[in-house]
Design a protein around this ligand. Structure first.
Ligand code: TRP
Length: 362
């Protein structure tokens, strides 16, 4: 990134952060004004980073009365890899975590891309609204391409932000809880919405076909992996939500600490130790400073013991519910079929409206 791009993306992050606080405020006074859509790629099992970074927040918003759509983004799986992997298991795993976390499938519409044809059809008119140069500038797409090493850019990787605009706009979501890496995609969705209305929505200008969706940035800082690097499935440094107590203990035993027995919360100078302190603090709903003070001279061993207990305690209920849900694939399939049907009906209505706006309603 050059200096100018960096400065403008920092300014836009600051704006989005401020705006997120205002949206939170409006949600607490009138949740019925909001419809939220967000989602995950089914590329692996959800871990505690997802929990504190997004899942917990979604549950809070849905339970506060915000109408909620969740996309299990199966077509995004093939943006940066060849083949889909064990997709059915992964979709079921996501679904089980959503439900176990407290997202009520009767209220929340959970669906997969591949089951909602009308959503995917929106991609065609939307693609006509963006230029090749705009797509190539998307910093998140660039990073994803770099992460795949020598792999050439596929047409889907280049255009998936437009597909993601269809995810957001098919249900006319006006709020999208995401991490900051997704901000360029939200900007893309706003551009698509605006241009669609400029081209086709002029007959009733005060009633645009699509709202301007806004990001709701997740509040918590990122949790690092157990080796102190970014938490990610491919590094094998994550604690998955569905892991057993023993698996959790074993993983945490391997976690990196340092040789100073006195535990402090000092993310700049002691990132690995502070990360574990922070994880315990999140699980215990306490401040990291407080947790560090209590540990005192307990050393790495004492710290790991506390984190293990805190994680296992915090997720015991979730894990028990999750195990029960996973044991019944028929029930999972039924939840998904229901969500897909509901999302399909919404997408059909939006596509009809789009066809009418475009004079394609023959
Ligand atoms: N791209 C998101 C991710 O990788 C997942 C996603 C797909 C999404 N469609 C979305 C997020 C729509 C928000 C809105 O995590």
């Amino acid at each position: 990134m050059d200096a100018e791009t960096m400065a403008s993306s920092e300014a836009s992050l600051a704006r989005s952060t401020a705006r997120s606080a205002e949206i939170e405020q409006s949600i607490s006074t009138d949740p019925s004004r909001f419809r939220m859509l967000t989602g995950d790629r089914p590329t692996g099992n959800l871990h505690i980073g997802h929990w504190f970074g997004s899942l917990e927040n979604r549950v809070r918003l849905a339970n506060a009365g915000v109408e909620t759509f969740l996309v299990i983004a199966d077509y995004q799986v093939i943006t940066d890899r060849d083949g889909v992997g064990p997709l059915r298991e992964r979709v079921h795993s996501l679904l089980a975590d959503y439900v176990a976390a407290g997202l009520d499938p009767e209220k929340v519409t959970i669906f997969t891309h591949s089951s909602v044809p009308a959503l995917n059809q929106l991609m065609l008119p939307f693609l006509s609204l963006v230029t090749d140069a705009e797509l190539r500038r998307n910093p998140t797409v660039k990073t994803e391409l770099d992460d795949t090493g020598e792999r050439p850019m596929s047409g889907l990787l280049l255009t998936y932000p437009v597909h993601q605009s269809a995810d957001i706009l098919f249900c006319k979501a006006n709020v999208v809880p995401v991490g900051k890496d997704q901000l360029p995609h939200l900007e893309q969705a706003r551009v698509v919405a605006r241009r669609f209305d400029e081209r086709y929505g002029r007959s009733v200008p005060e009633r645009p076909v699509f709202p301007q969706p806004e990001a709701l940035l997740s509040r918590s800082g990122t949790i690092l992996g157990l080796d102190g690097a970014k938490m990610s499935k491919s590094r094998n440094n994550t604690i998955e939500l569905g892991m057993s107590e023993d698996e959790t203990a074993k993983l945490l035993k391997r976690a990196v600490t340092d040789s100073d027995r006195h535990i402090t919360y000092d993310p700049m100078n002691r990132p690995e130790v502070s990360n574990l302190v922070n994880l315990a603090a999140l699980c215990l709903d306490r401040s990291p400073e407080d947790v560090a003070a209590e540990l005192g001279d307990a050393g790495g061993g004492g710290l790991k013991k506390l984190v293990t207990e805190a994680v296992n305690e915090r997720f015991a209920g979730h894990r028990a519910r999750r195990a029960e849900i996973v044991a019944d694939p028929g029930h999972l399939a039924a939840i998904l079929a229901d969500g897909n049907a509901r999302a399909g009906a919404v997408a059909d209505d939006t596509l009809d409206e789009v066809r009418r706006a475009m004079n394609m309603d023959y």
